[in-house]
Design a protein around this ligand. Structure first.
Ligand SMILES: [Fe+2]
Length: 217
């Protein structure tokens, strides 16, 4: 059986579309080089895994798992990230494009400002490389919203977890423009969060959130 091969999903906007908040130089390198590298490495690891499965080579299958997790995570995370950003002058960049989600944010954190503060604290608390996420957790009496951070390229794929939006906290996401000003990057990212996409993910299923991955096979 031939396994899946993944390809780089096109950005839903131009490389300079998020300026001045994220520079065109960062976007081009981040998308065409960093994201592409995760995909290239993932495809190579999946091919090796396929061969190891066919030859019943269990030690090799196990040895490939960390690389598959890292590179698949990189592909998943960046695919979600591009889609949960948009130009600041777009109506999608306004929280009013996510009425149900904002209602739940207010019910969970009190108001939007308190939520943003909590999100910022979580993001700036990441040691080394990682991601910050707003996640819908299904299950129990009603769905919950939680802020999560993940290390390196670990994706949000736990049971019942649906990533609403994520922020890349690797240095490659901001350093060329913000240098060590990580807090300014976190502050400015709010200008380019795509609340329309966030609302769709919040109201949708896990399969809906990850449909971009299926589209890039
Ligand atoms: Fe990244």
């Amino acid at each position: 059986m031939q396994g899946a091969t993944y390809s780089l999903p096109p950005l839903p906007y131009a490389y300079n579309a998020l300026e001045p908040h994220i520079s065109a130089q960062i976007m081009e390198l981040h998308h065409s080089k960093h994201h592409q590298t995760y995909i290239t490495n993932l495809n190579a690891a999946l091919k090796s895994q396929q061969e190891a499965i066919q030859t019943a080579d269990i030690p090799t299958q196990v040895s490939l798992q960390p690389g598959i997790k890292f590179n698949a995570g990189g592909h998943i995370n960046h695919s979600l990230f591009w889609q949960n950003l948009c130009p600041a002058n777009s109506s999608d960049a306004k929280p009013s494009s996510a009425p149900k989600l904002v209602e739940k944010i207010k019910a969970t954190w009190g108001d939007e400002t308190k939520f943003r503060e909590a999100f910022k604290t979580a993001l700036l608390g990441i040691q080394g490389s990682g991601w910050g996420w707003l996640v819908k957790v299904e299950g129990g009496k009603e769905d919950r919203l939680v802020i999560m951070t993940t290390k390196d390229q670990d994706p949000v794929v736990g049971k019942g977890e649906i990533p609403v939006f994520g922020v890349d906290m690797w240095e490659h996401a901001y350093y060329l423009q913000y240098l060590n000003g990580k807090a300014a990057y976190v502050e400015n990212i709010w200008n380019v969060i795509n609340w329309k996409t966030a609302e769709e993910r919040y109201l949708g299923s896990r399969a809906d959130a990850f449909k971009v991955l299926k589209a890039s096979m």
